[in-house]
Design a protein around this ligand. Structure first.
Ligand code: ACO
Length: 326
């Protein structure tokens, strides 16, 4: 018995920020951003919107897609690098917003790998038999934790949310999952202030320590390496080869990361889902949004073997190999 995705949904704010808009804010250019990242546009939530708002909209769509009612959900796992608050869990806020009154709810913190960690956890709960219908949500309003004066980071991120419902399936489902972490790299990508290490005060705000900080080059090299290693490992453990894989849906951080990794893997580019040009890096939401789009476009068919790959702050990484059951 395996756990499979039985419903998917995604939700993006309407407001689009182009590279030309960013040219007016920081010393950058449309050409530099496209050449170095592949990103042309990203979405931005309105000031009154937080991660649980976008997450709740994606959640409702995924539950409808699964032909279920919110009361049928018995667990919600939410992943976000830009949660509503330190506590309570964003999953609890989403539970209330969608009226999933029978669901337990908790958050997972694995930054851009959050969706993979959450999906892997959910699959274990399904296989173990403790829960029947688990909602997994990745939602981000990164625009509120991005330093709009820092050209190194502000061109990269976007807002959005994606969600799936996981249940027991008779056929297909999640075949294999791997997760990894290296806390030694925790300072390469972080939001330094606002927790107990550097509590928010006048000084942390003045030094802009409540915004994302990233050592781009180191994270880039790490990302290319784990992308390749994760792909090989998740396939090998399932006794499959790269030729068996129909589609790879990676975290959408930078087109050069994706291109470098698939070149090392010698995997065909037309079997990799890339939508970062339109949305930038939406951290935990990137993978479920790309999955939803690929499915709606007919790129994923029943029986396809697909790989989801995440990597990000922590440092963390992970992959799910899925025999598509829908
Ligand atoms: N516009 C113009 N110039 C810029 C910009 C910009 N927006 N940003 C940086 N530069 C400049 C730098 O200042 C530097 O100038 P200098 O040589 O005068 O110092 C030059 O461009 C080159 O900078 P690099 O950092 O070497 O540029 P690089 O090609 O590495 O690209 C980038 C930077 C896009 C950040 C890249 O390193 C990257 O994508 N890193 C990985 C990001 C990632 O994968 N994150 C994943 C997880 S995110 C999460 O978990 C929340």
């Amino acid at each position: 018995m395996k756990a499979g995705i039985i419903g998917i949904g995604s939700y993006l704010p309407d407001k689009v920020i182009s590279n030309y808009d960013l040219e007016k804010k920081v010393d950058t250019s449309n050409e530099w951003i496209i050449e170095r990242t592949g990103i042309s546009y990203r979405r931005k939530a309105n000031d009154n919107i937080c991660s649980s708002d976008l997450g709740a909209e994606a959640a409702k769509l995924s539950i409808k897609d699964a032909n279920l009612e919110p009361e049928d959900i018995d667990l919600i796992i939410s992943a976000s690098s830009s949660p509503d608050r330190i506590f309570p869990a964003t999953a609890c806020i989403i539970q209330n917003k969608i009226r999933a009154k029978n669901a337990a709810a908790f958050d997972i913190q694995a930054a851009c790998t959050g969706f993979i960690y959450a999906l892997t956890t959910a699959a274990q709960f399904i296989v173990g038999g403790q829960y029947k219908n688990i909602l997994v949500v990745g939602s981000e309003v990164l625009s509120k934790v991005t330093d709009w004066e820092d050209r190194n980071t502000c061109v990269l991120f976007g807002d959005g949310a994606g969600a799936v419902v996981l249940s027991k399936v008779k056929w297909g489902g999640v075949i294999n999952s791997i997760l990894g972490a290296d806390g030694n790299g925790s300072e390469l990508l972080e939001l330094p202030a606002g927790g107990t290490k550097e509590p928010a005060d006048f000084d942390t705000v003045k030094k802009r320590r409540h915004y994302i900080k990233m050592s781009g080059n180191e994270v880039f090299k790490f990302a290319v390496k784990v992308f390749e290693d994760c792909t090989r490992k998740v396939i090998k453990e399932a006794d499959l080869s790269l030729n068996d894989i129909d589609l790879i849906i990676p975290h959408q951080a930078n087109i050069r990361i994706i291109d470098a990794a698939i070149k090392r893997l010698k995997f065909p580019r037309d079997r990799v889902v890339v939508n970062l040009s339109n949305y930038g890096n939406m951290s935990s939401a990137s993978i479920p949004v790309a999955l939803d789009e690929a499915f709606r476009m007919g790129r994923i068919k029943k029986g396809h073997k697909i790989i989801l790959i995440g990597f990000g702050a922590g440092l963390t990484w992970g992959a799910n190999l899925i025999d598509w059951n829908l």
